[in-house]
Every structure is written in structure tokens, then in C-alpha cells.
Design a protein around this ligand. Structure first.
Ligand code: PXL
Length: 282
């Protein structure tokens, strides 16, 4: 029987992020992907699209959960991303408690900021709620900005060393998360990658690769979704993070190669065959 995951994040109708990324990538990995939209937006909220619509679905969350509980719907994993507002976090914790199978993983991408800043619409109080969700997670996938906000620390984006990174991941597991995949780690100008930390064996590993100068919106969602699909296919934390980093980097490279490229997200669709090869599916 196929595994079934629930992904909770917004639908940005146009913008190549959140559920429009998670659904195709995790489905391609052979995992049935149920979704729970936290909000429906006309586009994502980053600069460039102008004034976006935002339909908040907070009230629907407990109703959907009640129906699922009535018919005993259970999931083999839950993966959360961009959450519409802090009051949704309590509902999501309840969904996790009542629908996640015993010993099944909760994977949390605390998608709330980048480049030292929180996304539009979020504040420190939202961060404290997101920290509560991270506390219950088997794996969290913050970038450097999100890690610093979760710890209520000053955000260092450059000029740090391994000691700083390893301190960050160890302080993050003190919040409660069992494993941390920290993204956007870079010790030299021409490289970037991930730090993988498992609290069980207190071990940090790195996967660093050549940096592509241009950054794109939605790469965090491509990374997290590819990671989740690989993890649920039995890959280790480090192997899943390595596959996800490669898929994200290749998506960026192919987007840049496209002379009619769009600016708002990456053309991850082109890399799906490569993803399936890495998972040993084709
Ligand atoms: O990629 C993260 C993300 C998801 N959803 C929405 C966003 C963003 C980042 O800005 O605006 C609506």
C-alpha cells in the first residue's frame, strides 16, 4: 500500500511555492499526498506581484479535522510549511495529535522568513507559535534566518564558522525538535549547502556544493518537498538532504538557462525525471 502524507501549507495560485510545489514533487516520489490548505492566495507574498488576495481558512481547520476523526483518517507522515497565522498552529497541533499514526514523522518547514527578515504578515509572536510546532517535530528544516528567529537570536548571514552553525542546531533541538536540517549554510563565497544534525547520536554532517549566484523564491519549498519525498522512500537524513539540495540547485540552474525564464519561482518540473532517478524509481 502507498504511504499517505498530509501536507499543510497555503495554496499560492500563481508563484510556484508551497502546495503547488509539494503536491507534484511528493506525488512523483510515489507518496499519496493529501493536502490541507492553510490559506488561498492569488500569488505568493514576496515583492513583485503587487497586492495579493488572502483567503484565510483558519475556521475550516477544526471542521476538516473533526470529519477526518469521525471517519478515522490517519497519515504516515505530516509535513507543514507556510502557515497562515498563529491561531492555526493550535489547530495544527490537534490535527497532528489525532491523525498522525503512532511513530510516524512530523516534518516542519518553519517557512516564515529569509535573508534576515520575516515574510510580510509575520511577527515575533507568530515565531513563538511556530516554535511550539517545531518542538513536536521529528525533523525541522529552517534556513539561517528562521533558525535565528526561532531561537530569538541575532541573525548572522555571513562571517560565521562551524562552531556557530553547530551551536545553532544544538540549541534548536533544545526547543524539542529531534533532527535539524539547516539550509543556506556557507563557509566560503562560492559554496552553499546544508547542515544535518541528529540529536540521537549528536552528529553533524554537511553537504556543501557550488553556489549559483542568483537566488530564487520558492527554492525552500522545492528543497523541503524533495527532502520529504526522499525521506519517506527510506533515505537517511543526510541522503535525503543531499538529494534535495541537488534537485534544488539543478532547478535553479535550469531556470537561469531558460531565456524566457520567469522571476517568481524555479522550474522544478524539468528536474522531476532526475529526482526519480535519484530515488531509484526509474
Ligand atoms: O515559499 C514560502 C512561501 C509560501 N507561501 C507564501 C509565501 C512564501 C514566501 O514568501 O509568500 C504565501
Amino acid at each position: 500500500m502507498n504511504k499517505r502524507i498530509l501536507s499543510i501549507q497555503d495554496i499560492s495560485c500563481v508563484g510556484q511555492c508551497s502546495l503547488t510545489v509539494a503536491l507534484p514533487i511528493i506525488s512523483a516520489a510515489g507518496i499519496e499526498t493529501s493536502i490541507l490548505p492553510s490559506a488561498v492566495l492569488s500569488t505568493h507574498t514576496a515583492a513583485g506581484f503587487g497586492k495579493f488576495t488572502f483567503r484565510d481558512l483558519t475556521e475550516d481547520l477544526p471542521l476538516i479535522n473533526k470529519h477526518w476523526n469521525d471517519i478515522n483518517v490517519k497519515f504516515d507522515a505530516i509535513y507543514t510549511g507556510y502557515i497562515g497565522n498563529k491561531s492555526q498552529i493550535e489547530y495544527i497541533l490537534n490535527i497532528v495529535n489525532t491523525t498522525l499514526k503512532k511513530d510516524a514523522p512530523l516534518i516542519v518547514d518553519p517557512a516564515m522568513g529569509d535573508n534576515g527578515k520575516l515574510y510580510v504578515g509575520f511577527d515575533k509572536s507568530f515565531v513563538s507559535y511556530m516554535a511550539k510546532l517545531c518542538a513536536k517535530a521529528d525533523v525541522i528544516l529552517p534556513n539561517l534566518t528562521e533558525a535565528a528567529y526561532l531561537l530569538d537570536e541575532e541573525c548572522k548571514l555571513t562571517g560565521y564558522d562551524k562552531e556557530y552553525i553547530e551551536g545553532l542546531v544544538r540549541r534548536l533541538v533544545k526547543i524539542g525538535a529531534k533532527n535539524v536540517i539547516l539550509t543556506g549554510v556557507s563557509f566560503a563565497e562560492d559554496e552553499v549547502g546544508v547542515c544535518v544534525y541528529s540529536s540521537e547520536d549528536d552528529k553533524t554532517s554537511y553537504y556543501l556544493h557550488k553556489k549559483i549566484g542568483q537566488s530564487f523564491h520558492g527554492t525552500g519549498d522545492v528543497f523541503s518537498s524533495s527532502f520529504v519525498g526522499a525521506l519517506l522512500n527510506g533515505k537517511s537524513l543526510l541522503d535525503a538532504a543531499t538529494i534535495a539540495a541537488d534537485i534544488t540547485r539543478q532547478s535553479v540552474a535550469l531556470t537561469i538557462e531558460d531565456k524566457d525564464m520567469h522571476w517568481y519561482g524555479v522550474e522544478f518540473e524539468k528536474v522531476l525525471p532526475e529526482y526519480l532517478k535519484k530515488l531509484g524509481k526509474i
